[in-house]
Design a protein around this ligand. Structure first.
Ligand SMILES: [Zn+2]
Length: 428
């Protein structure tokens, strides 16, 4: 991976930005961090030229949900390896969840993540602070101080906020500081020790299951709390048809509720765990084909605002062994775009413009970032996509330290060729 600050001319790409009503073939010249010329045939004028015929240049992709494991769990991943994986996957910015060791629950740790992101100098790594101190669910974290230090959102991701009273407090505090709550909706009394979806596959494998209600009960609770108290919630990694329907109805009532879905929940079912394949062990679990289709429908009709990877790297050791003790989580940054291109865009379910909506604009809106755009004068945060290249997922070649993916060996069509992050070109 290389980057340069020389002017760069992207020559003859399909320029797609639904926010600007743009879908045409032309050039894009980036210099001094900004888009200097756009459309038509420009003069390269000493710039590095990237021949981009047949490629798409789009507003930079953003992943609103990754686990980069730093501080403290850097045997799994760190900000450098995670940011490299993000750039390889076509992302210009990622939101890093705070379930590290220690938990990111103070302004000092928010500053630490920001400084590491700057020092690494790849994509932007945006710190998410914890909702509760130590993510223990008992008292609020230093929300105001973390907001001042640059937290973009708050989350106890990895687990649900079990106490409704605590969630109500968090909603009121967070909205005072303009921060969204990114919610992992899981009622532990319903999820129990479940390691897969509660259903026929769990029964066949003899594994404890998590029922859909573990997610849906908490989604209903939190939508109701927003209805009564105001504030803004974003529901992480939806997994059930019922949860999609609750979000659809909440939006129809005008509530400030947004949602995301992962590529694995869009494309796989609990059948992926047959043979006790720990690569398919994730939380929330993969569910049935009915749930899967409802998630795709929700993504297509806009009920679900964004695609998020929930990139959750672990060491190979932690993902091997028996199904019950293996870690939950899938390494997702380096396959997400290609999976979406192969299974949703190539098949016509999502247009290229809709891909931009769900993988750039939606995440920017959730995280309170300025929308990335293809417009002269704008800061260049862009992704260059090769929609036609065919490749095979080989996890041992990932930049991420996490190699566990149920998509290992998959034949995919399309991937990122590189990104501009604040005007700096980095080949994927
Ligand atoms: Zn989660």
């Amino acid at each position: 991976m290389t980057w340069t600050q020389r002017p760069v001319m992207v020559r003859g790409a399909r320029l797609v930005d639904p926010g600007e009503g743009l879908d045409e073939v032309g050039d894009c010249l980036v210099a001094d961090g900004r888009i200097r010329a756009l459309g038509g045939r420009g003069d390269a004028d000493g710039a590095q030229v990237i021949e981009a015929e047949g490629l798409w240049l789009v507003p930079g992709l953003v992943d609103p949900h990754v686990h980069l494991r730093e501080p403290g769990l850097t045997h799994k991943e760190d900000i450098a390896t995670g940011a490299r994986a993000a750039v390889a996957g076509g992302f210009v910015a990622v939101a890093a969840m705070p379930n590290t060791r220690p938990v990111v629950d103070s302004p000092e740790l928010i500053t630490y993540v920001r400084m590491r992101s700057d020092a690494v100098g790849l994509c932007r790594v945006l710190p998410v602070g914890a909702i509760t101190r130590g993510q223990a669910g008992r008292e609020l974290a230093q929300i105001g101080d973390m907001a001042a230090a640059g937290a973009v959102a708050l989350s106890d991701d990895g687990q649900g906020v079990q106490s409704a009273g605590m969630m109500r407090c968090a909603l009121r505090y967070a909205s005072a500081f303009g921060l969204p709550l990114l919610l992992h909706e899981q009622d532990d009394t319903l999820a129990g020790d479940g390691v897969v979806h509660e259903g026929a596959v769990a029964t066949r494998l003899g594994l404890a299951g998590q029922p859909r209600e573990a997610e849906e009960a908490m989604v209903l609770r939190d939508v109701h709390l927003v209805e009564r108290n105001g504030g803004r919630i974003h529901l992480c990694h939806l997994s059930t048809a019922g949860a999609v329907q609750v979000v659809r109805e909440a939006k129809a009532r005008g509530l400030r509720v947004s949602a995301e879905v992962t590529p694995h929940h869009l494309l796989l079912t609990d059948e992926a765990a047959r043979g006790y394949d720990t690569r398919a062990k994730c939380n929330p679990p993969l569910r049935t084909d009915g749930d899967r289709r409802a998630l795709v429908d929700g993504l297509v009709d806009g009920t679900i605002d964004c695609i998020a990877t929930d990139h959750a790297p672990h060491t190979d050791d932690e993902k091997e062994g028996d199904f019950v003790s293996a870690a939950f989580g899938i390494s997702g940054l380096e396959t997400a775009l290609a999976l979406v291109l192969t299974h949703l865009v190539d098949s016509g379910r999502l247009s290229p413009a809709a891909l931009v909506e769900r993988m750039s604009f939606g995440p920017c809106r959730v995280l309170g970032l300025c929308r990335h755009r293809l417009r002269e004068g704008a800061v260049a945060n862009l992704t260059l996509i090769d929609p036609g290249v065919r490749w095979t997922v080989e996890p041992q070649r990932f930049h991420s330290r996490g190699h566990a993916t149920p998509f290992a060996g998959a034949r995919l069509k399309g991937r990122s060729r590189g990104v501009f992050v604040d005007g700096r070109w980095m080949a994927s």
